[in-house]
Design a protein around this ligand. Sequence first.
Ligand code: SF4
Length: 130
Amino acid sequence: MSTLEENLKPSIVLLSTSDLEIEVKELKEQIRNLKENSDAEHLKIEEKIDGVIRGLAWLNIAKSQGMWKSRTCRYMDNDACSAWNVNEPEKLGIPADAVTLEQNGNKRISVLKFPELCISCPLYEAKRTQ
Ligand code: SF4
């Protein structure tokens, strides 16, 4: 394997809690602590809900782009990504039915079942037309 290939050897790291998750947790906390029916508190909660809705809109856009990439990437082989070997897919929230264990011990992810893997993938390359 060349140095360039070594540097590009894919690995996946577990990401910390997303901003959206933090916002939802804060929102739950605010609702739990809501003692008065004051307008000011309602306004704060409304702002939080707006933030969550914006986050969800962003997620939908990201997901649709992930779906597009999963179908057009040259590394998609028999529905699965041939570029990534994900050691602990359960820690990334990848559903078990999207994981295939190969004879050599590599775990491949079906990007048709889990296109989220493609959303921010730096290895994406469009399929070459012949
Ligand atoms: S975009 Fe990335 S994760 Fe998706 S198939 Fe291509 S190489 Fe694999």
